[in-house]
Ligand binder design. Structure first.
Ligand code: CU
Length: 123
């Protein structure tokens, strides 16, 4: 009997610890600055990004090709460019919901050629 009580007390302590950890972030996550390169091979480098809900993301889109490119994330009304080769364009946003989102180049034919990446937003 006594042993069982100790175990459940430990369990409660663990739960409390988890709850504290979960709320630990508390404040706003610090902003994240990232460079995304657009290439004429119809690929973004990197092709995946991660962020937290409420974290400001500052993307600097660099066009390292010759063709025109841009970067769009529909869900967060993000649009950088279109810009020509050698140019760069900044865009920033703050994701409001967790999930997996696609960023892509909407220059005709580019997304179809595979020019997209995934932004993963966690709580
Ligand atoms: Cu493109």
């Amino acid at each position: 009997m006594r042993k069982k009580r100790i175990v459940s007390t430990l369990g409660l302590a663990l739960l409390a610890g988890l709850a504290l950890t979960a709320c630990g972030g508390g404040g706003t996550p610090s902003p994240q600055a990232v460079t995304v390169r657009a290439q004429d091979t119809f690929m973004f480098d990197p092709a995946s990004l991660t962020a937290q809900v409420g974290q400001r993301v500052e993307i600097n889109l660099e066009n390292i090709g010759v063709l025109e490119h841009n970067l769009v994330i529909d869900e967060f009304s993000v649009s950088a460019g279109p810009i020509l080769g050698g140019q760069s364009a900044p865009v920033s946003f703050t994701p409001s919901a967790a999930g997996a989102y696609t960023y892509y180049c909407n220059v005709p034919g580019h997304r179809e050629a595979g020019m997209e990446g995934t932004l993963t937003v966690t709580e």
